[in-house]
Design a protein around this ligand. Structure first.
Ligand code: TYM
Length: 330
């Protein structure tokens, strides 16, 4: 079976972007592939989270993944920091990563712009750590949203660079989404930015939102005033249609697409319908995640067993990397 790796940072509540960019793929992939899914707790430290919050955030991400349909019997679920082999390979890979290329990464440049007061070395080498998460399990497919596409390209570069210098060890991983193009769910505020854990809460639908919050947020979602026949669909409306495709029946979606094209669309009706379909979709996930979080013993057992499995595979790769580099003195 092909190996799959993907991670989610525990920096906030999971939202529709995380679900439709990543988790939805995880659920299908667990039937076909050998999957390693983890909570990227080391990655979240670039933001200096309050130590008191970290554990609850990690547990919640784990619970929301399982509640969404991941089966711990089928996939390996773990916390990144429980696999210390990743840290050693990260050290080794940093020797092949150049300051210039890291500074040119768009996600890094964004951080420099948005948080000039905290441009730490961990942020600069973030793509190296992310590459190692993937390469250490020798993964070939990585289910992620569109915002991670560039990082995957870097993972391929690092794999290639290592292989050329020291000998063939790493397969080159590809970003993956069922349905070809990587997904990018936009914030509901109509400004064109991606939905994200830390942006405008009213424009972000979380898997933990109450039914009323879901309805209210969708009612307030930005849409343009009326469709004009022949005009292309505004981005904000296209985003709602994309979201609708994920939770509503094909007939419902078709109805609103046709109404848009005919210039007779009623956005209020569309948003009410989407609200109801979204409530049906999210409420069981929310309830299940809450029940799981009430039982940390179970979650701890899952993550402990997951880490043990992830470490076995990681240790093999790491040992080969050490050998190829020449770090084998006896
Ligand atoms: P993170 O935690 O920001 O997001 C987790 C996953 O959700 C996807 N995603 C989206 N997809 C579509 N539309 C959106 N608006 C949206 N917002 C988030 C992300 O693409 C991601 O798949 N660097 C990663 C975590 C990571 C990782 C890895 C992923 C660390 N190591 C190794 C894969 C493999 C991140 O910050 O994702």
């Amino acid at each position: 079976k092909e190996i799959v790796v993907s991670g989610i940072r525990p920096t906030g509540y999971l939202h529709l972007g995380n679900y439709f960019g990543a988790i939805r793929n995880y659920i299908r992939m667990q039937e076909e592939f050998n999957c390693y899914f983890f909570v990227a707790d080391w990655h979240s430290l670039t933001t200096h989270p309050n130590p008191k919050d970290l554990q609850a955030n990690v547990m919640r991400v784990l619970a929301e993944n399982i509640a969404s349909g991941l089966d711990p019997e089928k996939v390996t679920l773990y916390a990144q920091s429980h696999v210390p082999e990743i840290a050693e390979l990260y050290l080794l890979m940093n020797m092949l990563a150049y300051k210039g290329e890291l500074e040119r990464v768009p996600t890094f440049k964004d951080k420099v712009r948005l948080q000039p007061e905290n441009v730490n070395a961990g942020l600069l080498t973030y793509p190296v750590l992310m590459s190692v998460d993937i390469l250490i399990q020798r993964a070939v497919k990585v289910p992620v949203g569109k915002d991670q596409g560039q990082h995957l390209e870097m993972a391929r570069n690092f794999a290639q660079r290592f292989n050329e210098r020291y000998g063939n060890l790493f397969p080159e991983p590809e970003a993956f989404n069922y349905g070809d193009n990587l997904v990018r769910i936009l914030s509901l505020d109509g400004k064109g930015g991606k939905m994200s854990k830390s942006e405008n809460e009213m424009a972000t639908i979380y898997l933990s939102d109450s039914d009323e919050q879901i309805r209210q947020k969708l009612r307030k979602a930005k849409t343009d005033s009326g469709g004009v026949p022949g005009e292309p669909m505004p981005e904000s409306v296209a985003n709602l249609i994309e979201i609708m495709k994920l939770v509503s029946t094909p007939d419902t979606v078709q109805f609103y697409v046709d109404a848009f094209n005919a210039g007779s669309i009623r956005y209020g009706d569309m948003k009410t319908q989407l609200g109801e379909d979204m409530v049906k979709f999210i409420s069981p996930i929310r309830e299940k995640a809450a029940a799981l979080q009430a039982d940390p013993t179970y979650l701890r057992k899952i993550m402990k067993e997951g880490a043990e499995k992830a470490r076995v595979n990681a240790a093999q790769t790491l040992q080969q990397a050490r050998n190829l580099i020449g770090l084998n003195y006896y």
